[in-house]
Design a protein around this ligand. Structure first.
Ligand code: GAR
Length: 190
């Protein structure tokens, strides 16, 4: 069994896509823990409904979070950590002990960096009248959205698109792409 830990700060629709892919046997993984820095994240409800243990981060500072999570995660057998709408930097202890990937809703390096997440990204893309946006799944390092890129999917931006319609197209592509990438980790292709 390939063991995943998913970090999620918000709605958790990306987490849900992983849960569904496991349920539908597209993935042969198990989510052993869902971690969140936000006690009100709907992602936590989704995890509980799926019978997955959850952990809410106590600390605020990223070094303290690193120490806290290093201890918590040491109790689990983990193959891969997936950041699915998790908005904090990851510290050195986790970086040096785990393989960690993130999904970002733009074609990095465009529209990445601190503060660039979720609807902020889609609004910036629409404001800049881009013709294309998309999804990037990448390895995590100690800077926002700067780790090596694993794969990207392009999504066309129509003149009629709003940040909301673009978000929904990008998120649909993102769920497929992220599951495909996790599958490649599972099978050893990555
Ligand atoms: C996803 O689109 C993810 O790419 C984005 O937040 C959304 C989370 O949605 N992440 C970032 O912007 C990270 N920089 P969800 O809570 O419904 O899964």
């Amino acid at each position: 069994m390939y063991n995943l830990v998913v970090f999620a700060s918000g709605n958790g629709s990306t987490l849900q896509a992983i849960i569904d892919a496991i349920h539908n046997k597209i993935l042969n993984s198990k989510i052993v823990l869902v971690v969140s820095n936000n006690p009100d994240a709907f992602a936590l409800e989704r995890a509980k409904k799926a019978g997955i243990p959850t952990y809410i981060i106590k600390n605020k500072n990223y070094q303290d979070i690193d120490n806290e999570l290093y201890e918590v995660l040491s109790h689990y057998d983990i193959n891969l950590i997936v950041l699915a709408g998790y908005l904090k930097l990851i510290g050195d202890k986790l970086l040096s002990n785990y393989t960690i990937i993130n999904t970002h809703p733009s074609l990095l390096p465009k529209y990445g960096g601190k503060g660039m997440h979720g609807m902020h990204v889609h609004k910036a893309v629409i404001d800049a009248k881009e013709k294309q946006s998309g999804v990037t799944v990448h390895f995590i390092n100690n800077e926002y959205d700067k780790g090596n890129i694993i794969s990207q999917t392009v999504v066309d931006v129509l003149e009629t698109d709003t940040p909301e319609t673009l978000a929904s197209k990008v998120q649909a592509a993102e769920k497929i792409q992220l599951v495909n990438v996790i599958k490649k980790f599972e099978t050893g292709e990555l």
